[in-house]
Design a protein. Structure first.
Length: 55
């Protein structure tokens, strides 16, 4: 199962706060920052080493 988080934000000061909150799940994650298009800036987070779901 693949997981990709998309986070949109307006101000640069918001990004460190969001990343600090998500720090427990970001170990080894790939973070890709997109150039802003219009009003919002975006980052994409792809976690690595996801565990297989259990039944």
């Amino acid at each position: 199962m693949a997981l990709k988080l998309k986070i949109s934000y307006e101000h640069e000061g918001e990004l460190p706060l969001v990343l600090a909150l998500l720090k427990p799940i970001l170990d080894g994650a790939k973070i890709k920052k997109e150039p802003s298009q219009g009003r919002y800036k975006r980052i994409y987070i792809t976690p690595k080493n996801l565990q297989k779901p259990t039944k």
